[in-house]
Design a binder for this molecule. Structure first.
Ligand code: IPM
Ligand code: MG
Length: 364
């Protein structure tokens, strides 16, 4: 009897439930094809949890996540919650689960499939062949720093946040980025704003120190503004990039457009102990919710990352990626990556096509 992997499934809001359904469908196809067992247990997060329980991350959801082998998440947020107290907005549920599970390393692979190179808003020769691993610090920095708030000072309101890092927090994410670079093309670019920010000067100091343990890795430093520019000028110069939480939030959205669509960007949020979390990098897109228009590929690729990073099921993960490539090669596209002459399909059909490819045994 082979092991059963326990997966906590948190569909969330907007397009979350429909894209998660495709992820589960494809994982079931993997089960059928390779005989591995997955046990899915659903729970609420984000607005869906606020509606039922009044909080964006119920204790029961956190408990389930902690007792699972991995967490598979859709997306959170909807305009209808924009006016809520900031302490119970849907986003807080996501930030809290990242913190509670100590998911300090967010991996966002920016891979441009040949089939989609023409779908990018950038020139094909600029994006073709791009393969960047963005490593975003996820549990500290500007997102979590104290003090923060909005208060009255001298008769007017002031708003403030703090970008703060402990050496140990920088070191663990940077080390992980170096380890990843060692398994790839051995190039690491650290993004900071050391010409202005003290926290970045410390960041750079720690990067330099850790680099001594990785003499084979070619290290570079870049200011975040320049990185934003270089990513659209010549993205192929990058292998692995590592950065602070907020910088990573911004640059990963930018980099996603190299791939043709934010709907192509998967992500894995890892920790050194306990379950990791897998979610697409995009948001909940409430404007197309329930219309069978969303691109499920980022979610399916996030599920493939789960197989690879949490379960060591490399063969199965590769089969998922291969199936996606084949479906794209055959010309099937969701609306966001549609191009002339291609066949437009909905969310559900895209999930079916990828699943069929896996089960059909076309792959080895
Ligand atoms: C992301 C998202 C989240 C973030 C939001 C939804 C809180 O934009 O995962 O990039 O800012 O981290
Ligand atoms: Mg973001």
């Amino acid at each position: 009897m082979s092991k059963t992997y326990k997966i906590a499934v948190l569909p969330g809001d907007g397009i979350g439930p429909e894209i998660i359904d495709q992820g589960i469908k494809v994982l079931n196809a993997v089960s059928k094809r390779f005989g591995v067992n997955f046990e899915f247990t659903k729970a609420l997060i984000g607005g869906a949890a606020i509606d039922v329980e009044g909080v964006p991350l119920p204790d029961s959801t956190l408990e389930l996540a902690k007792n699972s082998d991995a967490v598979f998440m859709g997306s959170i947020g909807d305009w209808k919650y924009d006016k809520l107290d900031p302490a119970i907005r849907p986003e807080c549920g996501l930030l809290k689960i990242r913190k509670e599970l100590n998911l300090f390393a967010n991996l966002r692979p920016v891979v441009v499939y040949d089939e989609l190179a023409a779908s990018s808003t950038l020139k094909e020769d600029v994006v073709k062949g791009v393969d960047i691993m963005m490593v975003r610090e996820l549990t500290s920095g500007l997102y979590f720093g104290e003090p923060k708030g909005i208060e009255l000072r001298n008769g007017e309101k002031v708003g403030f946040n703090t970008m703060i890092y402990k050496e140990s927090e920088i070191e663990r994410i940077v080390r992980l980025a170096f380890d990843i670079a060692m398994k790839r093309r051995k190039k690491l670019c650290s993004v900071d704003k050391a010409n202005v920010l003290d926290v970045s000067r410390l960041w750079r100091e720690v990067v330099e120190r850790v680099a001594k343990d990785y003499p084979e890795v070619e290290l570079s430093h870049i200011y975040v503004d320049n990185a934003a520019m270089q990513l659209v000028r010549n993205p192929k110069q990058y292998d692995v990039m590592v950065m602070e939480n907020m910088f990573g939030d911004i640059l990963s959205d930018e980099a996603s457009m190299l791939t043709g669509s934010l709907g192509m960007l998967a992500s894995a949020s890892l920790t050194d102990k306990g379950p990791a979390l897998y979610e697409p990098s995009h948001g909940s897109a409430p404007d197309i919710k329930g219309q069978d228009k969303a691109n499920p590929i980022a979610t399916i690729m996030s599920a493939a990352m789960m197989l690879k990073y949490s379960f060591n099921l490399d063969k199965e993960a590769n089969a998922m990626e291969e199936a996606i490539k084949q479906v794209l090669k055959e010309g099937y596209r969701t609306a966001d990556i549609m191009s002339e002459g291609a066949s437009l399909v909905g969310t559900n059909k895209m999930g079916d096509l990828v699943s069929e490819k896996i089960v059909c045994n076309i792959l080895n």
